[in-house]
Design a binder for this molecule. Structure first.
Ligand code: AMP
Ligand code: MG
Length: 334
């Protein structure tokens, strides 16, 4: 027996048991590019992450898919007394509703009628030369849509929501963050050692890499001049999200119209910001806060981020960069 033991240990070591492998994957999910690097000793779970994102988009979040929960809730606006929602989605809506309140309505997931009117998802993919002034909504159209927007009119009940006639939920500003939270739950369940996963403008870092080096997350240069604006150095699990005027926009007669809307005016936000990056310990909050802070601007945005224990970085049109104290310790300009 004494002789067999060391041999067994050698065999186990050679078979790779307990030695993490790196699995990588790139796919298109939730209308954006997803990249993954997962370090673990078991089987490749990148297909499971892809499947989770696909399911989340098609069965829960997409307002463009009539069979998703949000799609069905919107179709039933003004009809159903209480429209039942799954528990995780209802919990997420409660978090977003609180953020709407805390941001004075700058964040508003009932923005759907305005998002539909501006139709930026589609216009931004068109040939810029084909766009004329007619694609910009009229003042009257915006006023009409505004009448159907308002987080304070979204009623959350114990097992569902009440939407009045004409209301449209749009979780576009929080969906990638919600995805980050769900992915982290899967990574935990699958005993993943470490991972870095980016879903469009949202990135999750999870655990510690086998070589113990910190995670480095690049922040996009919103002016498109440098390879990136700067680098975040992070240790452990974090959620990073960026909202910017460069993500989806059109230009008509020299004016840029982008996808982040001010729920009070109905127009794209124009407050001198190019992008906002948030780092925090919740996916849904990192994503929703980046949008909220973009709308309210750097002064109020820093206060809001601090209230949520999040770090924030604002890049302005004049090139200046403003950030919370905690962000100074983890951000390095490129
Ligand atoms: P993000 O890129 O995360 O900042 O999210 C922007 C998307 O969220 C837009 O494409 C709209 O679908 C939606 N949206 C735009 N403005 C707002 C707002 N003020 N509050 C909540 N969602 C918004
Ligand atoms: Mg967002």
């Amino acid at each position: 027996m004494k002789r067999i033991l060391p041999l067994l240990i050698i065999v186990l070591f050679l078979s790779g048991c307990g030695v993490p492998k790196e699995y990588s994957g790139v796919s298109t999910k939730m209308g954006t590019v997803v990249t993954m690097h997962i370090y673990m000793s078991g089987e490749d779970i990148t297909p499971k992450v892809d499947a989770l994102l696909e399911k989340l988009e098609t069965e829960e979040l997409s307002r463009k898919i009539s069979t998703s929960e949000i799609g069905r809730a919107n179709a039933n606006a003004g009809k159903a007394e209480v429209f039942p929602l799954s528990e995780p989605l209802l919990e997420d809506l409660k978090i977003l509703q609180q953020l709407s309140e805390d941001s004075g309505g700058a964040f508003d997931c009932t923005i759907g009628p305005l998002s539909d009117l501006w139709n930026m998802d589609e216009l931004a993919t068109k040939d810029p030369a084909s766009l004329s002034r007619e694609v910009i909504p009229t003042k009257e159209e915006i006023e009409n849509a505004l009448q159907r927007v308002g987080y304070d009119r979204l009623v959350l009940r114990e097992n569902g929501i009440v939407l009045s006639e004409g209301m449209v939920l749009d979780l576009g500003a929080a969906g990638k963050g919600i995805a980050g939270d769900r992915v982290v739950a899967l990574l935990k369940k699958e005993n993943v050692d470490a991972a870095v996963i980016s879903i469009g403008g949202s990135v999750v870092t999870y655990g510690t890499k086998p070589d113990k080096s910190p995670w480095q997350v690049a922040i996009t240069d919103p002016f498109g001049e440098k390879e990136y604006a700067g680098i975040l150095t992070l240790v452990g699990t974090h959620f990073v999200s960026t909202s910017g005027d460069y993500e989806r926009f059109i230009e008509v007669d020299g004016v840029r119209y982008h996808h982040i809307l001010d729920p009070h005016t109905g127009y794209p936000v124009t407050n001198g910001l190019k992008s906002v990056t948030i780092v925090c310990d919740s996916g849904i909050l990192s994503d929703a806060l980046s949008t909220a802070c973009f709308v309210i601007g750097e002064e109020e945005g820093i206060k809001l981020a601090e209230k949520y224990g999040a770090e924030a970085l604002f890049i302005k049109e004049d090139g200046s960069v403003i950030m919370t104290d905690g962000m100074q310790a983890i951000y390095k300009e490129y």
